[in-house]
Design a protein around this ligand. Structure first.
Ligand code: AR6
Length: 177
């Protein structure tokens, strides 16, 4: 785990599994429009949370690209799941803005719910094909703009599944934050 302080917010990044972050209040799901289990992050989150999560999700589906909705976390070790639909690379445009919207809207919901800590996976960089370097640049630029405005969120953790993705975050955060 590595940490940087940005406007009194702890920015952490680590290699790991988004479903295994027990000290975090809300984890973010890289969802599909129908808020169904699917593969990747969404599959892992629904598998760990249990069938009750799918039932609650059905009330809010479908969601639009860049939109975020909040549910309880059921059997996960967290209080909430924030579900967000990332852009499909080269299909949903403008992809940079839509990816930034995911982080903006997830943190907006976190603020509205007075959430202290949020963990993000790398949205859109799996099945949706967004290259990790490009996505990470968008994420870090967005966080730089948002950090001074946050009142409740004091910790943001990026959970990267692969060593390579962690190294990309390490390089870009060292350069930009
Ligand atoms: N913890 C953290 N990161 C993970 C985990 C995990 N347990 N599992 C995968 N990753 P993806 P997307 C990484 O495909 O690109 C789904 O099927 C993964 O290696 O989960 O936004 C949904 O149903 C990659 O780096 O999300 C949607 O249809 C990153 O998380 C679609 O995929 C995102 O990969 C969403 O695609």
């Amino acid at each position: 785990m590595k940490t940087k302080i940005l406007h009194k917010i702890n920015i952490e990044y680590t290699q790991g599994d988004i479903t295994k972050q027990p000290d975090i209040e809300a984890i973010v799901n890289a969802a599909n429009a129908y808020l169904k289990p699917g593969g990747g992050v969404a599959g892992a989150i629904h598998c760990a949370a249990g069938i009750e999560l799918e039932k609650e999700c059905a009330k809010y589906a479908p969601i639009k690209v860049g939109q975020a909705v909040i549910t309880k976390a059921y059997n996960l070790p967290n209080k909430y799941v924030i579900h967000c639909l990332g852009p499909r690379y080269k299909i949903d445009k403008p992809e940079e803005k839509l990816l930034a919207d995911c982080y903006i809207n997830s943190l907006k919901i976190a603020e509205e719910n007075k959430i202290f800590s949020v963990a993000f996976p790398s949205i859109s960089t799996g099945a949706f094909g967004y290259p990790i370097e490009e996505a990470t640049n968008v994420v870090i630029e967005t966080i730089k703009i948002l950090a001074p405005k946050l009142k409740f969120v004091k910790k943001i953790r990026f959970v990267l599944f692969s060593r390579y993705d962690f190294e990309v975050y390490n390089r870009i955060i060292s350069e930009k934050l």
